[in-house]
Write a protein that binds this ligand. Sequence first.
Ligand SMILES: [Fe+2]
Ligand SMILES: [Fe+2]
Length: 279
Amino acid sequence: MTLIAHITDLHLRPRGLPCYRVSDTNMLAERAMAALRALQPRPDAVVITGDLTDRSDPREYAVARNLLARLDLPVFIVPGNHDSTDDMRREMDAFLGPVNANTGKICYSTDIGDIRLVALDTHMPGKPTGEIGKDQLLWLQKELSAHPKPTLIALHHPPALSGIAHMDAIGLIDAPALAEVIQPHAHVERLLCGHLHRPIISGFAGKIMTLAPSTCHQVVLDLTENGPAHFNFEPAAFFLHRYTQETGTVTHTAYVESYPGPYDFFSDPGVTWPGDDAT
Ligand SMILES: [Fe+2]
Ligand SMILES: [Fe+2]
């Protein structure tokens, strides 16, 4: 069994500064790390699908290094639109798999138990949209052909539209080219994305795409045509992708905070159900 925790969009800030005035992203990330550390069984690795920082500020990367070092788990990251490829390569080297130097992007692959993780960089300097680019797509094509084992592809910008208009407007601009590359590869189990700050599941190129919620603020669920770009504090959560040969990849949602329970499934007095002990 291989278990991969998938967290995203931490939007870390310099120590003591909130994000957008009201989101204490560093504290919320600390809470998420505590939830990850408490997991049983322990995940084999943690994958972070971008927007690790809010402004790609060196002080934010320092906060990130400190947080992630204390996890005591292998961590793999990709940049989001709020990070930067160059800054992340310089500041977060220890959390990048072997980076393919030919593409100029942070793209790498690594084995995690029975799973192959392929990480793609969609950062576009100075823009909120994402792009994989021809060089990286070429690398991906070779990578998928060379390693026909169950594969998760991690990238920040989801390639499929969500129906949340202001987020779709800053999506992945070369999604059709990505679809062409991955569609023929039956061993691609899942795409792991962030950026939307909501738990969303959809299809893309015949694969399942899972968008993890943020560890901090969430994007308001608004499916109207011109809904405003608003966030709220719906419960922070992350995904646990559990892979076995028998089941393939099964994705669970894990909440950062605790809720009432657990409780036993006691029946009402005198009522029995199939499977209850009638004595
Ligand atoms: Fe984000
Ligand atoms: Fe983003």
